[in-house]
Design a protein around this ligand. Sequence first.
Ligand SMILES: C[S@@+](CC[C@H](N)C(=O)[O-])C[C@H]1O[C@@H](n2cnc3c(N)ncnc32)[C@H](O)[C@@H]1O
Length: 229
Amino acid sequence: MSEPPPRYRARACTASGCGLRFPVAEGSPLGERCPVCGAPTEWVDDGYRTHGAPPAARAGRLRLELLLDNVRSLRNVGSMFRTADGVGIDHLHLGGVTPGPEHPKLAKTALGAERSVPWSRHPDACRAAAELRARGRELWALEGGPRSVSLYQPEVDAAARAWRRGDQAVVLVLGHEVSGVDPRIVDQCERVVHLPMMGHKDSLNVSVTLGVAAYHLRFGIAPDPHEGP
Ligand SMILES: C[S@@+](CC[C@H](N)C(=O)[O-])C[C@H]1O[C@@H](n2cnc3c(N)ncnc32)[C@H](O)[C@@H]1O
C-alpha cells in the first residue's frame, strides 16, 4: 500500500508588524520560528492536502520530440525534463554541453522525470539536427529572427493538424540561454516560431518557453472536424 500524501497546514508569525504566513507539513517541528524575523509562530486554520492535476483525457496523436542546443543550466534542463514528462514528449535529444541525468543536481528540478523521458546525447547538435531530418523528422525552432512567425498564427494550427494526420515526429528545437539556437540549425528547420513578447524583454526563460509552446501544440489547438479520435 502506498503512503497517503502528506498534509500541510499554515503557520503564522505572532510578531505584530511581521505577519508572515507559510505552509509546513502538518505536525512538523519546522517553522516554529519565523524565517523572516525569528519570532515564534503558531498553527492557523485547518490542515489540507495538495492536489496534482488530473491525467489528460485525450493525449492526441502528435508525436513530439525535443532537441536542446547547448542549454547549459541544470535547473533549466531539469525543469524541461519535468515538462517533457507532463506534456508527453517522446524523446529528448541533448545537444552539445546540455547536461543529462548523470548530474545529480538535475534531479532537483526534474523530480524523477529524468527517469521517465527517453533521452540521448549528441555532442554536435547541428549534426544531430541533420540526422533527425534524414530520419524523416520535421524540425521546428523556437526562436526569433526574420523567418519566425508567432506560435498563435492560424498557419501554425494548420501545420500542427497536418502533423497529427501523419505519424512522423516533430522536433522542437530550443537554444542556449544567451546565444539562442545555432543559426546552422535554424537553417535546417522547416519552421521557426516564437512566443510574442509584450514587455521590455525580447525573450523568455528557455524552460518557460518549452512549457508554453509544447502545451499549446499538444492541447491548445482544436482538432479539425475530419480528425479521428
Ligand atoms: C533566453 S533565449 C536566448 C536569447 C535570445 N535569443 C535573445 O536574443 O534574447 C533561450 C532560448 O529560449 C527560447 N526562447 C526564449 N524566448 C522565446 C520566445 N519568445 N519565442 C521563442 N523562443 C524563445 C529559444 O529557444 C532561445 O534560443
